[in-house]
Design a protein around this ligand. Structure first.
Ligand SMILES: *[C@@H]1O[C@H](CO)[C@@H](O)[C@H](O)[C@H]1NC(C)=O
Ligand SMILES: *[C@@H]1O[C@H](CO)[C@@H](O)[C@H](O)[C@H]1NC(C)=O
Ligand SMILES: *[C@@H]1O[C@H](CO)[C@@H](O)[C@H](O)[C@H]1NC(C)=O
Length: 349
């Protein structure tokens, strides 16, 4: 805790007491969050339902990309659906309303890759009263120190799928490393007509700011600092007497993640990303979730568990490892949601 927070602590305690008194004096369902303005048009067929749901907000938005990740949540039993309005379908996606360990959440499976992830987060932010986005899922590891079942909470994510594809010998004008295909020729390096790939930053738009180009997106500082409490958390090493991981999986904090519309299963490219960009995990959604949330000024966090080595292992991804990674990732996600719930009146909006 820094000094500024210590000075504030007594004030915040009083605020907590006042909040409790207010809650006791009125029926909880009438506590509307006054500042919320959702963008749903006045004649939207689900307007009334959405207003009813938002009056019970704010919620933490929980976003996962595909079915193994959603199944981990469903079979954990920690998500308690709201008994009156358990879900709303919008743009083909199912927004599930409820709570996790006492914290109000809306969870949604976005579908895979950046466009689906971006669309889904934008719907969440525009339609619902959302405090922030918790994004979890499985990932490939590009870092040899990160293995099956480890869970990464990155500090930075980048989109590494936007390229200038150039002829060999082109002048690199960008600050980012470039990949010369010929460096990876076998049996020996040389010229290759596929030339070279120069990496490009993203155009980032946000409230009250002119567009700027960014490559590394830094996740929200407050939520990232809150997640520091999960650093080093360890998981089970053995599924049963015969099936064990090489070592105890744990939470890694503050590394770098890369997103592209590419399922990476290639050792040479994996090594390139690690060596040139210090990327530890690769996935297909994280940077889209973070960028969409940042555009609206909403906090977000990324929690990604290693299900494969992105081509480094030589063996295909097994369903056992992807569900193990999803379960460990969910475990960390639940703990993080509990932390946000507990910090309701202090750290976070
Ligand atoms: C790779 O992962 C380990 C943790 O397992 C971490 O200590 C190290 O900093 C990571 N490397 C890079 C370049 O981020
Ligand atoms: C999280 O993992 C730990 C260690 O494997 C386990 O003891 C705990 O029950 C798990 N928690 C949840 C919510 O699954
Ligand atoms: C142990 O777990 C693995 C992975 O889930 C499974 O394939 C295997 O059948 C299990 N073995 C026993 C003895 O239950």
């Amino acid at each position: 805790m820094n000094t500024q927070q210590s000075v504030l602590a007594p004030v915040l305690n009083i605020m907590v007491v006042v909040t409790i008194l207010v809650v006791q004096n009125s029926s909880t369902c009438c506590l509307a969050s006054s500042q919320h303005q959702n963008l749903v048009r006045w004649n939207h067929p689900k307007r009334e339902l959405l207003d009813r749901i938002n009056r019970k907000g704010p919620y933490v938005g929980v976003v996962m990309a595909y079915s193994t990740e959603e199944m981990a949540l469903q079979s954990s039993g920690v998500f308690i659906p709201n008994c009156h309005n358990p879900s709303v379908d919008l743009s083909g996606r199912k927004f599930n309303i409820g709570s996790i360990k006492g914290t109000k959440v809306i969870y949604v499976m976005s579908g895979q890759r950046r466009l689906n992830a971006g669309i889904t987060v934008q719907i969440l932010l525009d339609v619902f009263d959302i405090r922030g986005i918790v994004h979890y899922g499985i990932a490939g590891s590009a870092n040899n120190s990160l293995s099956y079942g480890d869970v990464s909470i990155p500090k930075y994510v980048a989109f590494t799928g936007s390229w200038n594809w150039e002829n060999l010998g082109s002048k690199n004008v960008d600050e980012f490393p470039e990949m010369k295909i010929g460096n990876y020729n076998l049996p020996k390096e040389g010229q290759n007509l596929l030339g070279e790939i120069a990496f490009k930053p993203e155009e980032f738009f946000s409230v009250g700011q002119p567009m700027k180009e960014v490559f590394w997106l830094e996740v929200d500082k407050t939520w990232f600092n809150l997640a520091a409490r999960l650093k080093g958390l360890e998981f089970r090493q053995c599924e049963n007497a015969t099936s064990c991981l090489p070592r105890v999986p744990k939470v890694e904090y503050g590394l770098r993640g890369a997103t592209a519309d590419i399922f990476l299963d290639n050792a040479a490219y994996r090594n390139f990303l690690f060596k040139e960009f210090q990327v530890s995990t690769v996935d297909e959604e994280s940077s889209a979730v973070v960028m969409t949330a940042m555009s609206s000024g909403v906090p977000s966090i990324v929690i990604r568990g290693v299900s494969d080595l992105a081509g480094g292992e030589g063996t295909p991804v097994s369903t056992f490892l992807s569900s193990l990674a999803a379960v460990n990732t969910l475990n960390v996600t639940i703990k993080f949601i509990e932390l946000i719930g507990a910090s309701k009146n202090t750290l976070v909006k």
